[in-house]
Design a protein around this ligand. Structure first.
Ligand code: NCD
Length: 301
């Protein structure tokens, strides 16, 4: 594996291998654990053209915990403001001796473009447009596997803005390959018409599917990617698709609540659910570090 652009073209065995390597990294860097040098002498560049808290910090920390050096690029304050193109920027960063580029971009396909233009750099997709966010998919699956034991046979609902969510696509590819049943649920305007082609079930009523779910992954409404209004009001959305304490009572008692973050409290889920015993939201962030260490180590061979 020299690059990670998405989960679509990985096999179930590839995904399981990444998760297994990640398992070995859980707890790395915590007090008292020895310093690692897997990536000593390597340079990892973070190119983030869209805002990020978790993903950006997690990749930076993962690289440093493996002994790599890191450099950070964000377009504001850079020569992007002077009109420098994406590829020219990337080529100049490559010239500093970069081994791995972690890229987040508003355009779907930006990481693939980099892979074609920079054949000597390992490219890792940290989220491209509404296409894929493979490490988020991997860390979601990792969290489910740790908490539920395995993936095959589970029913996992992806709820919310499926249309604009790269997290939804990576979850669908990864979870279906590993044998989960995936239900996508949201307003009809936010669920792509041909979604069943991906081997998922479709629903527009959260209350109907609630009792069947082992895992519910609540996706953020991607207001920044919506060019028009896809539902009448945020109140209406919260009433029909928000995960509330009342809905939690009607779900399986051990239902696992996930969210990639950031969350809009009170919209996709209420604070009692986000911070309650069924929620694995902060655990996802913690496991994300181990999963990203695995990805960085594997792409560097
Ligand atoms: C996601 C993203 O950027 O796609 N966030 C993340 O990486 N944790 C989800 C989102 O922004 O809603």
């Amino acid at each position: 594996m020299h690059h990670l652009l998405g989960l679509e073209h990985l096999t179930a065995a590839d995904i399981e291998h990444i998760l297994d390597v990640g398992r070995g990294f859980v707890g790395t860097g915590e007090k008292g654990s020895p310093k690692r040098d897997d990536l000593r002498g390597k340079l990892v560049a973070n190119l983030f053209y869209e805002p990020s808290t978790r993903t950006k910090m997690s990749f930076g920390l993962a690289a440093r915990r493996l002994g790599a050096d890191t450099v950070e690029f964000s377009p504001s304050g850079s020569s992007t403001a002077k009109g420098e193109s994406f590829i020219d920027t990337a080529r100049n960063i490559e010239a500093m001796g970069v081994d791995v580029m972690v890229v987040r971009h508003q355009s779907s396909g930006a990481p693939l473009l980099l892979q074609r233009q920079l054949p000597n750099v390992h490219i890792v997709n940290a989220g491209d447009g509404a296409h894929e966010h493979p490490t988020q998919g991997l860390l979601d699956i990792f969290t489910i596997r740790e908490r539920k034991g395995s993936i095959a046979g589970l029913t996992v609902a992806l709820v919310g803005d499926i249309m604009h969510s790269r997290v939804a696509r990576s979850n669908i590819h990864g979870l279906t390959k590993l044998g989960a049943k995936v239900i996508v649920c949201g307003p009809n305007t936010l669920v792509p018409r041909e979604i069943e082609q991906f081997g998922v079930e479709r629903s527009s009523t959260l209350d109907d599917i609630l009792p069947r779910c082992d895992v519910i992954n609540l996706l953020r409404v991607q207001f920044e990617r919506q060019r028009s209004s896809f539902f009448p009001s945020v109140g209406e959305y919260a009433r029909l698709f928000g995960m509330t304490g009342d809905r939690l009572k009607r779900a399986k008692s051990d239902v696992l609540i996930l969210a990639p973050g950031p969350i809009n409290r009170g919209l996709e889920l209420t604070p009692d659910v986000a911070d309650g015993p069924n929620s694995a939201i902060l655990q996802q962030v913690n496991y994300g570090l181990a999963v990203r260490m695995a990805v960085l180590k594997l792409v560097c061979g």
